[in-house]
Design a protein around this ligand. Structure first.
Ligand code: FES
Length: 108
């Protein structure tokens, strides 16, 4: 018995490779769908804040800001929309360079 075109051994190899490729494709798609969605590269900026809202919006009256207000732009702050310094850890871990928006009076 050889490895010719009609050989049972060759047919078994073709079936085995096909089954393995199919299983790998299904596994990859399942991994991508179920596991990687919450990981870093889903394209979402906001991973945790008010996820039940269709849009996160905050509004403040200028008169209530005081002399200085510091707002988060990295979406990592536990006090969002205010900055709590979490951008420093984010920048260290990712190599990013985000920082807060600071609004202050000219002489403050
Ligand atoms: S914590 Fe987000 S910019 Fe500071």
């Amino acid at each position: 018995m050889g490895f010719g075109a009609q050989s049972p051994v060759r047919v078994e190899w073709v079936v085995a490779v096909s089954v393995a490729a199919g299983a790998a494709a299904v596994g990859y798609l399942a991994y991508k769908k179920l596991y990687r969605k919450d990981r870093c590269c889903s394209g979402m900026v906001n991973l945790h804040i008010q996820k039940d809202n269709p849009k996160v919006v905050h509004a403040f009256d200028m008169e209530d800001l005081g002399d200085k207000a510091v707002y988060c732009r990295c979406w990592k702050s536990k006090k969002f929309p205010l900055c709590d310094g979490s951008h420093t850890k984010h920048n260290d871990e990712t190599g990013d360079n985000v920082g807060p928006l600071i609004i202050k009076k000219k002489d403050a």
